[in-house]
Unconditional design. Structure first.
Lengths: 281, 263
């Protein structure tokens, strides 16, 4: 039987406005980076050579990587218990916990980072609390150093870990856990040998999301970090806005883009991310 | 016992998440001339400062304007794209989908540099137009995801019923499909608005004295001199996020209800 006529309208071309907008304002500008980094004005790879010649630039890459790995590990350690708790409580309690995760998530990054500047300052609440507890006698430096950036970034990125973790955990069939229990496993064993392995895709997705976001993160490291925590993103800002070295800034941005793409492809292959959060359409 | 430990750990983490928001609000009502916590006395001085200072109000109005234009542009373009991606059957669909979602992975600073070169060439640096266009790129993927996932679970039989009763394609779309998708589209629009309203990096790179958004104003403030007025701004923004988020949540629930067939 022939298909009825009313099926015949094709909706594929509706993507065209988006594709046009993205080609003009997104793909084209990103491709201009290539030109800027290689032709200033004649073809040369001096910007790329400078990247590896100057130890300060290499340090920025090391800093970025170090920061991203440590932030990813910390968000996992803090996020896992929250996601796990959400799977074990009543829908009403879960909605409250979810709100506690989503409200900070949708609050401006600038507001949250600024609040940490206030909290972690020499006269901030954290230093007062540490002094009141007798842990320190003089205020400790908590911003413009590594710990400050880490606290701020973990705070900003934690929801990106909790949400994919929860979405995987909530799909774990409780029958598996019951089966393990009925076979004599203790709660600890059920968790370690059944629940934890089944939640691995969530750990992978959350970890990948946090790691990829940290690598290109600008606002929080720029405000909470010190001169020793220069990241690639901060270096780009420095080149473009302060030193007006556009070519080198473009080269750095391009390298950052390539690094992110490589990590994304590796994660995608290894973790099948599209099953968890990609491929949403 | 282990449940108590779980609650304690998770509770501490949730406290950590809420702490900055909880701290900033009381600070904004301080009567002191400096920023301090716990605040001394009560006053509305920083709010008065905010509402009477052109240096704060003009960026706020620009931010609202940019967010509204971005919301309209990205919601229209993103919703159409979601239709094309979910219902279209063409080669390269996965590639296009990846293309339209990729701004979520590309660091904003990299995109901002690219835009900087483009807009410098066409003399759009420091204009609202640069912000409309660039913010729309960052907001559209969200719309594609939210509307796309509503569309995938959409029960097409109601649309086909309308068609078989004689409605043309456009008529069925306008009177049946769009109203059923309205909650998803509205919540996507709310998130697009918020994404633009909070966007810092693009505004810092592409804005300037003539196009200063609220986040750019706050950025300059935090980087150079700290004027405690920012605590009032921050509190207002926290309240705004809660309102937008609550609205989005109400709409999302409405969307879920409308999607379950009323058998």
């Amino acid at each position: 039987m022939a298909k009825p006529r009313y099926w015949s309208v094709t909706e594929g071309p509706l993507v065209l406005p988006a594709v046009l907008l993205f080609t003009a304002v997104y793909l084209y500008p990103l491709s201009r980076l290539v030109a800027w980094s290689f032709f200033t004005p004649g073809f040369s790879i001096r910007h790329y050579r400078a990247l590896f010649a100057e130890p300060a630039y290499v340090t920025a890459f090391v800093n970025t990587f170090d920061l991203s790995v440590s932030v990813t590990v910390m968000t996992f350690l803090l996020g896992y218990p929250v996601a796990y708790l959400m799977t074990t409580i009543s829908p009403r309690a879960r909605a409250i916990v979810l709100a506690c995760v989503l409200v900070p998530f949708w609050t401006s990054i600038l507001v949250r980072t600024f609040a940490w500047m206030v909290l972690l300052g020499r006269n901030g609440l954290v230093n007062h609390a540490l002094a009141a507890l007798g842990l320190v006698t003089t205020p400790v430096a908590l911003i413009h150093n590594r710990i400050g950036v880490q606290i701020g970034m973990v705070h900003v990125l934690l929801p990106l870990m909790i949400l994919p973790l929860y979405s995987v955990m909530v799909r774990i069939d409780p029958a598996w856990l019951r089966a393990a229990r009925s076979l004599g496993a203790r709660p600890r064993q059920v968790f370690l040998h059944v629940f934890l392995p089944l939640s691995l895709p969530g750990i992978g997705a959350g970890g990948a999301l946090v790691f990829l976001s940290s690598i290109g993160f600008f606002v929080t490291p720029a405000l909470l970090g010190g001169p020793r925590q220069i990241t690639i993103a901060m270096l780009i800002d420095l080149m473009i806005n302060d030193l007006l070295n556009w070519g080198f800034g473009a080269a750095l941005a391009l390298v950052l883009l390539v690094v992110i793409t490589v990590f994304f492809v590796v994660f995608q292959r290894a973790l099948r991310l599209d099953r968890v959060w990609g491929g949403a359409v | 016992m282990s449940r108590i430990a779980l609650w304690a750990v998770a509770g501490a983490v949730l406290g950590f998440l809420l702490l900055p928001l909880v701290i900033i609000v009381p600070t904004s009502f301080s009567a002191s001339a400096y920023m301090e916590f716990p605040p001394r006395g009560f006053s509305l001085q920083w709010y008065r400062n905010y509402f009477t200072s052109r240096a704060w109000i003009e960026p706020t109005l620009l931010s609202i304007r940019v967010a509204v234009v971005t919301m309209i542009l990205s919601t229209v373009v993103g919703t159409l794209a979601a239709f094309g991606l979910v219902r279209g059957r063409f080669r390269g669909r996965r590639v296009l989908e990846f293309f339209l979602l990729s701004p979520m992975i590309v660091p904003v600073i990299v995109f901002a540099i690219g835009c900087y070169f483009l807009f410098a060439r066409v003399k759009l640096i420091d204009t609202p137009a640069a912000l409309y266009l660039s913010h729309s790129i960052v907001a559209t993927p969200l719309v594609v995801i939210i509307v796309g996932s509503a569309l995938r679970t959409f029960d097409r039989t109601v649309e086909q019923a309308a068609r078989s009763l004689g409605a043309g394609y456009a008529r069925a779309l306008w009177h049946v499909t769009i109203p059923l998708l309205r909650p998803a589209i509205l919540s996507a629009a709310a998130f697009a608005f918020l994404t633009s309203f909070d966007e810092v990096v693009l505004s810092v790179f592409l804005g300037g004295p003539a196009a200063t958004t609220l986040p750019k104003r706050m950025w300059d403030n935090v980087r150079h001199e700290i004027d405690p007025t920012i605590t009032a701004v921050a509190s207002i923004l926290i309240a705004a996020s809660i309102v937008v988020l609550a609205t989005g949540e109400v709409l999302r629930r409405a969307a879920e209800r409308s999607r379950t067939p009323a058998s």
